[in-house]
Ligand binder design. Structure first.
Ligand code: MG
Length: 157
């Protein structure tokens, strides 16, 4: 049996924060603001996996009121969610990510992010897709005030 889930996330860009996207630290003058490391890619991925398995959302599963998640590496959400999927008898089949960022330009790091996510998820690289879009100068993302991400995940029992 196959099931599909979708995840979405947006965080604001601000000064004095490292920029972490898809588990990678990216050199940039500003980073994403949030309780954890604010990695929109891993947050959207976590929600997509939780959604596929009918396990609710990231806010319920890993509340930002919990001090143990302050400044944390968002990989912990992904790894714990994978474990929960396994407990329910599911395995991840593939994911497809679209990152919305006016800056920095993500073209040069998409391939590295894909490999990093594949390793994190124990998937083949061709089961992980990473796409990058700008905001065409429109809206908060287009003004480079925020970065967003959408992820679709397919799981199989
Ligand atoms: Mg988030």
């Amino acid at each position: 049996m196959f099931r599909v889930g979708i995840g979405h996330d947006t965080h604001r860009l601000g000064l004095n924060r490292p920029l972490i996207l898809g588990g990678l630290r990216i050199e940039h003058p500003r980073g994403l603001i949030g309780h954890s490391d604010a990695d929109v890619v891993l947050h959207a991925l976590t929600d997509a996996m939780l959604g596929a398995a009918g396990l609710g959302d990231i806010g319920d599963a890993y509340p930002d009121t919990d001090p143990k998640y302050k400044e944390c590496d968002s990989s912990v959400f992904v790894v714990e969610t994978l474990r929960r999927l396994g407990e329910k008898g599911y395995r991840l089949v593939n994911i497809d990510c679209t990152i919305f960022a006016e800056e920095p330009k993500l073209g040069p790091i998409k391939a590295k992010m894909r490999e990093h996510l594949a390793a994190l998820l124990s998937l083949a690289v061709d089961a992980v897709n990473v796409k990058a879009k700008t905001g065409e100068k429109v809206g908060a993302i287009g003004r480079a005030e925020a970065i967003g991400c959408q992820v679709v995940a397919l799981i199989e029992k």
